[in-house]
Design a binder for this molecule. Structure first.
Ligand code: THU
Length: 138
C-alpha cells in the first residue's frame, strides 16, 4: 500500500474537541481572551493548554507555547498537529513568537485553527512562517 498519505496518530476531530475544551485551562484575567491549544505527538499523545497571563503583561505565554513547553518538558520531540481554539467567530492565528518557537521544535507540524462554532481551517506551519530564521543559519 502506498504510504504517501499517513493517517494522523490522533484524529483531527479529537484534537479539535481537545482544543475547544482547553480554553477552560486559560488564565486570562487581563485580556479575557481565552485560547486553547491541543498538540499531538507522532506516537499519539495529546498535550493541552490554555494561555497564561502575567500582571506584567509582556510575560504572558500563549496557549500554543504553554502546550509545546509542557510537551517538550516531558521529553517529547516529535509532533504532528496543533489545534488552536478561540472563543471568537474569527479564527485565532498564532502570534509571531509562537510561530518561531513552533518552527524551532516542530517545523513540519500541521496547524488547525478552530473557531467557537467549531469550524476549522488547516495549514502547514511553513505557510504561516515563510522564510523562517532557524539554527541552520548559524
Ligand atoms: N493568545 C494566545 O494564547 N494564542 C494566540 O494565538 C494569540 C494570543 C493569548 C495571549 C494573551 O493571553 C491573549 O491571547 C490576548 O492576546
Amino acid at each position: 500500500m502506498s504510504d504517501h498519505k499517513k493517517t494522523a496518530a490522533v484524529a483531527d476531530s479529537v484534537l479539535k474537541t481537545a482544543a475547544l475544551s482547553a480554553r477552560a485551562l486559560a488564565i486570562a484575567p487581563y485580556s479575557g481572551f481565552r485560547v486553547g491549544a491541543a498538540l499531538s505527538t507522532a506516537d499519539g499523545k495529546t498535550y493541552e493548554a490554555g494561555n497564561i497571563e502575567s500582571s506584567s503583561y509582556s510575560l504572558t505565554l500563549c496557549a500554543e507555547r504553554v502546550a509545546l513547553f509542557k510537551a517538550l518538558s516531558e521529553g517529547e520531540r516529535a509532533f504532528e498537529t496543533i489545534a488552536i481554539a478561540s472563543d471568537t467567530e474569527e479564527f485565532c492565528s498564532p502570534c509571531g513568537a509562537c510561530r518561531q518557537v513552533l518552527w524551532d521544535y516542530a517545523r513540519d507540524i500541521r496547524v488547525i485553527l478552530v473557531n467557537r462554532a467549531g469550524d476549522t481551517r488547516e495549514m502547514p506551519l511553513s505557510d504561516l512562517l515563510p522564510h523562517a530564521f532557524d539554527d541552520r543559519m548559524f
